[in-house]
Write a protein that binds this ligand. Sequence first.
Ligand code: P1T
Length: 381
Amino acid sequence: MKFNTKTIHGNQEHDPSTGAVMPPIYQTSTYAQSSPGVHKGYEYSRTANPTRTAVENAFASIENGKFGLAFGSGLAAIDCVMKLLSPGDEVISTNDLYGGSYRIFTKIFENYGIKFHFIGMENADKIEDFVSEKTKLIWVETPTNPMMNIIDIDAVSAVAKKHQILLAVDNTFATPYLQNPLNLGADIVMHSATKYLGGHSDVVMGALVVNDAVLADKLYFIQNACGAVCGPMDSFLVLRGIKTLHVRMQRHCENGKAVAEYLANHPKIEKVYWPGFKSHPNHEIAKKQMKDFGGMVSFVTKGNSIKDAFKILENLKLFTLAESLGGVESLSGHPASMTHASIPKAEREKTGVVDSLIRLSVGIEDIEDLLADLDQALSLV
Ligand code: P1T
């Protein structure tokens, strides 16, 4: 089955009891047993729920994996991966990443004795300098949030395999429409399904997909033991979102390109971060591992003024100033004070997340309207 068909049909079956084409929202916490332990595959909805099973199966299908797991948020999915580790273990992570991922690593898991090395992975060879026998996990975001750095998953996977380290890739920005980390050698692919997979800014959810049955069992155990699962209504909404992922992503990519090019040619813009530019340092890797370049664009204006950044953000009308990304509607954000505020200023500035940086999640509206909106906001600075 090819990708577009998978988004609609992958691992899905009509409801066995009624033939319903969409799985019902099984709004139940528990399931009748005819004798202790004798049931129809479901016992308790923390452990499993049929609507959640449907979305978990969809996750597995679109990421070319065997096992999918759904959580109450992207961070709950990350939490589950980190609980594979033990005190004394070390993690090597990309240094540019979602602020909440940095926060859970440094403010939660460091307290449990796990050590994190945040490094630039644009050159995969650099990773080896940080590998020791304590290294148990490499955590990669690509494209990174919000600087749009591109990490060569295949090259990082070679390092991970050489040292028998697990490789997890946060595929939130790319989505499986653009890249499939498991095919490039990752062991775990993670999503904030809140974003493009859900696609409509109406649900918070996380996903993990793996191929290895032993690893899947460990993750299922943590999912059930710790209980950060999503509900059936949210499962339904994300399943519904996934069915249009390919058509939405196609338009996100078209509009993202048009916005990036418009900004790059604007006299008031200093720098635009978008992996589709030939001048992007890892453009060739982006071309190799991604089908297109996505709908996320970051930029700074000439003069690097936070005042100008705020003026633009306050005056954009179609680009709503809000946390999050990946919905049908365009959003704008100020990483330094919003999504990345939990990263100390000195740390975030090392990777380019300066106070004047603006991040856009380019939606699927008519491009003429989006460019006109940017035009009027930029004319004010
Ligand atoms: O918000 P949640 O569903 O818990 O997902 C966390 C998360 C994980 N990974 C990446 C790459 C993310 O971008 C996010 C969430 N990001 C935002 C809310 C944001 O605006 O960047």
